[in-house]
Design a protein around this ligand. Sequence first.
Ligand code: NAD
Ligand code: TYD
Length: 368
Amino acid sequence: MNKQAINKTNGKAPILVTGGCGFIGSNFIRQWVATSDIPVVNLDKLTYAANPANLADLPAGCSYKLVVGDIQDTNLVRSLFKDYRPSAIVHFAAESHVDRSVTDPESFLNTNIHGTFILLQEALAYWQGLEGTEKSSFRFLHVSTDEVFGSLGANDPAFTETTAYSPNSPYSASKAASDHLVRAYNHTYGLPTLITNCSNNYGPYQFPEKLIPLMIANALSGKALPIYGDGMNVRDWLYVEDHCEAIRLVLERGVTGETYNVGGNSEKTNLQVVGTLCKLINEVDPSSDHNELVTFIKDRPGHDRRYAVATDKIYNELGWQPRMSFEEGMRKTVAWYVNNPEWIAQVMSGEYRNWINKQYASVESLVA
Ligand code: NAD
Ligand code: TYD
């Protein structure tokens, strides 16, 4: 669909999504087109983490347009604001994998900090030129992470919106920097911004370099399940569709200048997560006990011990809470990967093999 088609679809200004071919962005767009007739323009660079096939199942004729490009390309971003006159921007695009940020921090600084800066600059110039309700209803929603708050001890209270930032990895430091820029553009220029800080997501279409899809893909092919350190690090897990609903609600009803924590109220150690996955995969393939594939390997440098998110604010002010239980969400996720072997095979080639060979060089069954 070309830009004229988008603009003529129903006379409604589109939203501009960045990074919509990645894991959360593609789930967000799928949910958006199923529930709204507001068109979507998706700006995505199509890095290794992206897959346009993630959106192959969008209904025919829906108002969706993919623009392949970099959020750091000022001219491109400016032309998108000029041509499409979006009512909002929902900013997912990022380098998002902590382990890669340890080996290649520069791309994280470029996309996550500089890219967010370019979007803010161009959004500000565009917003300043708007009038009336177009101006008052415009929103810049920045999708961020709970990792900006740092690491918790076993008995510490969960992160709230007022917890001091204390990022520990190049990834979380770059996301923290981008959050600060977003906040500054609201405070200094009045740009109507919103920030969400969410815990670990899981679900369909997640690239198999992150814990849950990596473990499912490896278990399904009888390969080692590599656990960093003692496996007792804790993450709070949220099903991706619940996160997408929270973002839509914040976009619609959030107070500009505010931040909202989003979490699953579902803290698990990595060993608990992998144990749950093995149990579910044993049901699909009872020929062996997949727990036997668990392999402890060298810990991640600077590995955060625990994340936990208090969700009182988004619950009390916007009425959001996760719908999906961890057990049901994991069952759906395993079923999706079991039923989509071509998707796994497609993303596990080329660049993916290079990453696995480098990151898991000590694990014989993982190295090609
Ligand atoms: P992802 O890595 O799956 O997808 C990122 C997308 O951004 C890809 O489609 C990629 O091509 C695109 N992209 C990367 N650099 C770009 C650039 N310079 N210009 C344009 N597009 C570019 O990431 P995800 O897991 O879907 O995460 C999306 C957002 O949510 C990120 O901002 C991340 O920090 C945040 N977040 C993720 C989680 C999680 O558990 N995955 C949790 C909380 C917050
Ligand atoms: P990950 O999915 O990379 O998310 P994040 O680091 O952003 O929380 O990792 C989740 C947890 O799983 C984290 O504690 C690191 C651990 N982990 C492993 O033990 N082995 C692995 O191969 C991977 C990728 C992660």
